[in-house]
Design a protein around this ligand. Structure first.
Ligand SMILES: CC(C)(COP(=O)(O)OP(=O)(O)OC[C@H]1O[C@@H](n2cnc3c(N)ncnc32)[C@H](O)[C@@H]1OP(=O)(O)O)[C@@H](O)C(=O)NCCC(=O)NCCS
Length: 150
């Protein structure tokens, strides 16, 4: 796999809404960062993966969305996107951060990619979503920020 297969999407980002919703199930939340974010799509022979990053100021880049089509999950494509982002932004930012629920489906991914557990926003999911969200059988409540030094 080479870098050319990762495409910067600058127009019609909503064309990828289905995949964006896999990473962040509330469209209203996606709308808050999609236009100002840099979006990348990785096309694989099996399916697609994408991510969106935003400049949060003070040298912090935030991974707002990362999603790999179910058919090609656990094949290294999520990690591939993280590595790509690190390479591309390491001279402009000192930290890549990602907020996630305390989910058995996402926390191991960030930890395996080298992120370190950081601050917590208590009850973020209970407060911002109008229905309970379950992942891997666990209801999401707090938001945990994971950080990776670039
Ligand atoms: C989370 C997600 C992006 C991970 O992408 P992926 O391509 O499946 O992950 P990778 O294959 O690159 O995995 C990288 C490492 O994380 C580990 N990992 C990934 N998901 C894991 C899981 N659910 N449980 C345990 N380990 C996991 C892999 O084993 C691998 O580790 P290793 O190479 O050291 O063995 C993908 O599962 C996804 O799109 N999920 C749905 C959307 C989502 O939840 N997005 C995140 C929102 S915060």
């Amino acid at each position: 796999m080479n870098l050319e297969e990762i495409i910067n999407i600058t127009e019609n980002k909503k064309k990828y809404l289905e995949l964006l919703l896999l990473g962040d199930e509330k469209e209203e939340m996606i709308d808050r960062y999609l236009e100002r974010g840099d979006m990348y799509v990785l096309k694989t022979p099996l399916g697609m993966a994408l991510c969106v990053v935003t400049d949060e100021g003070d040298g912090v880049l935030e991974l707002k969305n990362i999603a790999v089509e179910p058919v090609c999950q656990k094949k290294g494509y999520g990690r591939r996107l993280i590595r790509f982002i690190c390479q591309k932004y390491k001279n402009q930012f000192h930290t890549l951060q990602a907020g996630t629920g305390d989910s058995p489906l996402t926390v191991p991914f960030y930890e395996h990619c080298g992120f370190i557990r950081g601050s917590v926003i208590p009850h973020f999911f209970m407060d911002h979503y109008d229905h309970p969200i379950y992942e891997g059988g666990k209801q999401l409540d707090d938001m945990i920020y994971f950080q990776l030094k670039l």
